[in-house]
Design a protein. Sequence first.
Length: 276
Amino acid sequence: MIKLLIILFLICYCSLSAAAKPDLLLAEVYHKHIDVQQYWVSEKLDGVRAFWNGKQLISRGGNVITAPAWFVANFPAQELDGELWLGRNKFAATLSIVSKHRAADSEWQQIRYYLFELTHAAGTFTERISAMQAIIRQHNSPYLQIVPQFRIADSVQLLAKLNELENVGAEGLMLHHQDALYKTGRSRDLLKLKTYQDTEAEVVGYRPGKGKYLGMVGALIVKTSENKTFAIGSGLTDELRQTPPEIGAVITYRYNGLTKNGLPRFARFLRVREPY
């Protein structure tokens, strides 16, 4: 009887934590031969994407993010799209905070919700930027910010800006066409630019460590969606080598192009995929 009650409680608890998976605008990879002057540019934040439905924050995967009531108290009663962000190179810490079922006030006080889009709103992206700025002014919440949008003159300056920001820990740049009307799904109106590529693979095994890593994991054996198998050792911390991602876990890794055999060059572990 007790076991049945526990199961029923868990089912109810999980149902309260679930929400409809939001249908959002997604970026394509940057390509050359575009007129950079037609785009707004912003820093690509390495945080946890969150959809505000007017009442609560929902992850891209459709899970309710249990932010404290005071955090969202002055958020508007309209849909927003943005990123929960602690700062550069703090993705793991951000994810740890926002994925807890019981929010810790002291941790959430460090986070800001950075707005970068108004979902299903009318007008061009330039007009939506003005609308987002107005929202920030009207609601005056210290936890609601807007991702700064700026202009770049040409591709040379664009790459220089990318280099400048990556040197201080930024993940990359985002380019959003000034005249784009809002749409969902992958769109060439929104482009992401980084000096490296990243994608995902499934952990299928481990390679034992040697030398100072004896008794630990030397590398993860991973398999791509194209059924390519290879090892990733670069980027693993000592903690991860001692307690590696489980078999079946999906990881994100970065790389610089492909070899003639179709394997990623200079693959480096970034993170276990966000469970949201």
